[in-house]
Design a protein around this ligand. Structure first.
Ligand code: ADP
Ligand code: MG
Length: 267
């Protein structure tokens, strides 16, 4: 696999990592990038369901690991593609997961990619370690949080993990920020306000944007329709388009920086 750029998406469970990974991958594929989307969540592989991809079962492995391609420019690899029964619980331990992530990165037929997006499971355990270990080239991490203190704490821990592993942090996105009450039309902030920006400032990383709560977007995920496609005029789609653009700029800057650093250090 040869990817120009790699973006690792990380954070606490349930903050919207997979939702953002899926919609950003679709967005960039719509913009004519060749995008790979790797579902590194071995225990809860949800990307195929969110994209409406029908699993191939183990037959999908006969010719090696063949990514699913739900639209032009997008290739997806997930353990869920190769399971017949989606209700099965995966109880693998670290070394097996390490091997699976290695195969997904190195052996899947990705071809040439402009960008590989890696959607991590919650936290910084085996899968995060394996992804950081096997990925090469210009990589950056995007941390997702909600405004809730517990999620912000996890964002700080996640930032520490990437710094310890010398992975540049592209920035922080705050999801599920507010929501307009359908009855009184007042904006409500059920998880608190302003925490994401403060954490980004404390960590000295870019604050990339905030995404509202949109029950329509949650329904899209359940129905296998990315909201970037099925609700293109919605506020949430507009916000994710802005965040996608900002991430592209930050990745380009990071790429140039990495190249300069390599030139300086290698002489
Ligand atoms: N901005 C949002 N508005 C409404 N629902 C959301 C939003 N972001 C995520 N969700 C929903 O929250 C749940 C968790 O999101 P998910 O992307 O699976 O989180 P993670 O990958 O971080 O565990 C999903 O049901 C998803 O549809
Ligand atoms: Mg997820």
């Amino acid at each position: 696999m040869k990817a120009q750029k790699t973006l690792i998406i990380a954070g606490k469970g349930g903050v919207g990592k997979t939702t953002i990974a899926v919609n950003m991958a679709v967005l960039w594929a719509q913009e004519q990038w060749q995008v790979g989307l790797l579902d590194a969540d071995i225990h809860s592989p949800n990307i195929p369901r969110m994209l409406g991809i029908h699993p191939q079962g183990a037959e999908g492995l006969v010719e090696g690991i063949e990514p699913a391609s739900p639209m032009k420019g997008l290739k997806v690899v997930s353990l869920a593609l190769f399971l017949h029964n989606q209700d099965i619980s995966i109880t693998w331990r670290g070394p097996i997961k390490h091997g699976v992530i290695k195969q997904f990165i190195s052996d899947a037929h990705w071809g040439e990619l402009d960008c590989l997006i890696v959607d991590l499971p919650p936290g910084t355990g085996d899968e995060a370690m394996s992804a950081v270990h096997f990925l090469k080239g210009v990589i950056g991490a995007l941390i997702i949080t909600t405004p809730q203190a517990l999620s912000l704490l996890e964002a700080r821990r996640t930032a520490t993990f990437f710094r310890q592993h010398h992975v540049p942090i592209i920035g922080l996105v705050e999801n599920m920020v507010d929501f307009v009450c359908p009855h009184c039309e007042k904006p409500l902030a059920p998880f608190g306000e302003g925490g994401g920006e403060k954490v980004a400032e404390d960590l000295n990383i870019p604050f990339v944007g905030r995404i509202p709560i949109d029950p329509g977007a949650a329904a899209c995920a359940d129905n296998g329709e990315p909201f970037i496609i099925s609700l293109p005029q919605s506020i949430i789609a507009g916000t994710v388009r802005d965040i996608g653009r900002r991430c592209q700029t930050l990745m380009e800057q990071r790429g140039r920086l990495t190249l300069v650093t390599q030139l300086v250090y290698k002489g």
